[in-house]
Design a binder for this molecule. Structure first.
Ligand code: FMN
Length: 231
């Protein structure tokens, strides 16, 4: 800092450390080659997910879900991935929320994992459907008691008069269902499964020559083609 002051005169102002146009990370990560890829994007995702978790980056299961309404207007928000396997990627939410309503009208989603510390990004696109009630109920039982009440207390995405109103609703539920009491899963709450049609693995490289390898599902079967995309 002291050195900066010494070398910058009044007519060559200090670079603004908060100017986004001047922020430029140089990525040196190892590349991603076609020959490195697992045959299925689910297995490839499992490898990268494990590496993201092992790297210690905060909430590796946080992903940005984008949806669009019937008129095609997009919206995005972060949710937590709770399960993945060859059947798809599952998160839990309120079905009457904005995203829930979008998906009822237009059942396609994009999921984006922003693993910046690893200079990696994964983008999944495909149809989105509600999971079965039994699967939702089984997951709901594993949630902490306070979060179970929260799912009942919040009419997600609807306007709320005040913080106090929100907390009053929660307190009423807490009185009705004290700690230890079984809380049923709300009917308006549950899992959404996104079945992958495309899965892109992006690895940052030097000089902006990043690797982008995208799996594309072939027909309705289990076969996948891999396409390299220009960065
Ligand atoms: C790190 C993080 C994790 C979140 N996880 C979830 C989640 O798993 N499910 C969910 O419904 N909302 C989650 N949220 C809140 C959503 O981002 C969003 O505010 C909420 O789902 C309402 O979105 P909507 O009005 O677009 O439907 C999370 C937010 C953050 C920042």
């Amino acid at each position: 800092m002291l050195q900066d002051v010494a070398v910058h005169s009044a007519d060559t102002p200090l670079p603004d450390p908060f100017d986004p146009s001047a922020m430029r990370a140089q990525y040196r990560a190892e590349g991603l080659d076609e020959t490195d890829l697992a045959p299925s994007p689910y297995d490839q995702f499992a490898r990268w997910f494990k590496e993201a978790a092992a790297s210690g980056l905060h909430e590796p299961n946080a992903m940005v879900v984008s949806t669009a309404d019937a008129a095609g207007r997009p919206s995005s928000r972060t949710v937590l991935l709770k399960r993945f396997d060859e059947h798809g990627f599952v998160f839990f939410t309120n079905y009457t929320s904005r995203k829930g309503r979008d998906l009822a009208e237009n059942p396609y989603a994009s999921l984006l994992f922003p693993w910046h510390p690893l200079a990696r990004q994964v983008i999944i696109t495909g149809p989105a459907t509600r999971i079965g009630r039994d699967e939702t109920a089984a997951y709901f039982r594993t949630r902490p008691h306070g979060s179970q009440l929260g799912a009942w207390a919040s009419d997600q995405s609807a306007p709320v008069a005040s913080r106090a109103e929100l907390e009053r609703g929660w307190a009423e539920l807490a009185a009705r269902y004290p700690e230890g009491e079984q809380v049923p899963a709300p009917p308006h709450w549950g899992g959404i499964r996104v079945v992958a049609e495309t899965v892109e693995f992006w690895q940052g490289r030097e000089n902006r020559l990043h690797d982008r390898l995208r799996y594309e599902r072939q027909g309705d079967g289990d076969g996948w083609a891999v396409v390299r995309l220009a960065p």
